[in-house]
Design a protein around this ligand. Structure first.
Ligand code: C2E
Ligand code: MG
Ligand code: MG
Ligand code: MG
Length: 286
């Protein structure tokens, strides 16, 4: 009898939990639909470091949402909702425009030209007007396309459809770079990889877990780096947190590194401070 009672309590607790989760999702969905108009979105920028020079080569724009009552909501939570509800097209457009405006400001006011990478949800690529609106944003913001990069997760099979490939090729012909994000966790098969119109493989940070304690894990990461190079792609490893990982990756010929070891994502003004410090160092060395 006692255990039956417990079981019932657990079910009630579970239902309550599910109900709460569902309520939060509905509230977030509602709040997200007006986040742009209310000025609640912001981009932070995380440096990408070139190896072996260890210079900042570019940055990745990462979306931040601060809501007056929820506080800061992680993109891990709200991006899937935006994808599901179709807000992603509008939010994604805002992200590209904001990143290009930021590039133009840095260019004009500080004479700094960094490659800026933006994340694109695979479903955005299925919209007919993705390419024309990209052109429009480039024109309106005076962005030099050679400094723009799109990061596309391999988490969806859309990425590998012929229609998508044709569009990505058109985008690359503008001078924009394409990278395959979270590589190793999604849909790529070796046969499809060789014909993808991309420049860079970004190895997912889950591969760094226990990297240096397990020879098998080392063998996998080493093999992915070699595979990328054999297919003429650059290879970036994300989520690098320690000097030991940096040394190991440098030794394996990894082209770019990104992670908390070098820098967390920064507000634009803080990134500028960081860049200025790096510049001073460069000048001193010369
Ligand atoms: P992602 O594109 O793979 O971005 C990398 C994530 O790992 C970021 O989390 C970043 O802050 C985090 N990270 C970077 N270095 C380290 C590290 O050394 N250690 C650890 N533990 N984490 C690190 P964030 O900003 O929370 O973004 C999560 C995901 O949300 C992104 O993964 C991306 O898929 C998505 N996302 C973010 N901004 C956008 C956006 O503007 N549009 C779209 N469609 N998705 C976005
Ligand atoms: Mg990314
Ligand atoms: Mg990633
Ligand atoms: Mg990732």
């Amino acid at each position: 009898l006692e255990s039956k009672k417990n079981g019932k309590n657990q079910t009630t607790a579970f239902n309550f939990f599910m109900q709460e989760l569902h309520n939060r999702m509905l509230l977030i969905e509602d709040a997200l639909s007006t986040a742009i108009e209310k000025g609640q979105l912001q981009l932070h920028y995380q440096p990408k470091i070139e190896m072996p020079s260890e210079q900042i080569e570019g940055v990745e724009a990462l979306l931040r949402w601060t809501h007056p009552s929820f506080g800061s909501v992680s993109p891990v939570e709200f991006i899937p909702i935006a994808e599901e509800k179709g807000f992603i097209h509008k939010i994604g457009g805002w992200v590209v425009r904001e990143a290009c405006l930021q590039w133009s400001r840095w260019n004009e006011e500080h004479n700094i030209r960094l490659v800026i990478a933006v994340n694109i949800a695979p479903i955005q690529l299925t919209k007919e007007d993705f390419y024309p609106s990209l052109l429009k944003i480039l024109e309106e913001t005076q962005m030099d396309p050679h400094y723009l990069e799109l990061e596309i997760t391999e988490s969806s099979s859309f990425v590998f459809e012929e229609k998508t490939n044709i569009m990505l090729t058109k985008i690359r012909n503008l001078g924009i770079k394409i990278s395959l994000d979270d590589f190793g966790t999604g849909y790529s098969s070796f046969s499809v990889l060789k014909q993808l119109p991309i420049d860079t493989l970004k190895i997912d940070r889950s591969f760094l877990k226990n990297l240096l304690d397990h020879v098998e894990q080392e063998a996998i990461v080493r093999s992915i780096i070699q595979l990328g190079h054999n297919l003429k792609f650059d290879v970036l490893v994300e989520g690098v947190e320690s000097i030991e990982e940096v040394e190991w990756l440098k030794n394996e010929g990894c082209d770019y590194i990104q992670g908390f070891f070098y820098s967390k994502p920064q507000r634009p003004e803080d990134l500028l401070t960081l860049l200025k410090h790096e510049r001073i160092e460069t000048v001193t060395i010369v």
